[in-house]
Design a protein. Structure first.
Length: 167
């Protein structure tokens, strides 16, 4: 009987050790996957990104470089290549409101530099600088076209750009 009791103790101790090691491997695996997976933005990042793509003359040259996300707004820093081959750096800031009937609606869009004929220059007294605001009729057209519902149904790419060194 002594050998049987020793064997049972050995099995119990090995089970505890095996379970402990297994749990540690699972936890380590979870953290490794979290570090490796690209970070994802929220849907307002997707809406703003799609709106930006729609306004670019050459959307295939557009690259998001940095994103700042807030509760009901997002700022996307981007670079693109214009018709002359010049690389431009700028940003777009989109703010959103929640409408009970329509859902998420675009409220205000600001560009750092002029874009096509959809923007108008305005001076922000609080920040003491000029910006280019998208004309209200263009925002109303975007909201009226049910763009947010269409964008959500198409599963936009919400992958955030990887941070890069600035120097």
């Amino acid at each position: 009987m002594n050998k049987l009791e020793d064997f049972i103790k050995w099995v119990k101790s090995n089970i505890i050790i095996s379970l402990s090691i297994g749990v540690l491997i699972l936890i380590a695996g979870y953290f490794i996957v979290q570090v490796i997976m690209p970070k994802k933005g929220n849907m307002i990042y997707g809406f703003c990104g799609v709106f930006l793509e729609q306004q670019m003359t050459f959307p295939d040259t557009l690259e998001h470089t940095y994103v700042e996300m807030y509760r009901s707004a997002v700022r996307i820093y981007y670079k693109n290549i214009d018709a002359y081959g010049q690389q431009n750096f700028s940003y777009i800031e989109c703010s959103f409101v929640q409408d009970p009937q329509q859902g998420v609606q675009l409220d205000n869009v600001i560009f750092k530099s002029p874009v096509k004929d959809i923007t108008e220059k305005f001076y922000d007294e609080e920040r003491k600088r000029s910006f280019y605001r998208v004309k209200p009729e263009k925002i109303k057209l975007f909201n009226r076209s049910k763009s947010s519902a269409v964008i959500m149904s198409q599963d936009p790419d919400l992958t955030l750009p990887e941070p890069k060194a600035m120097f």
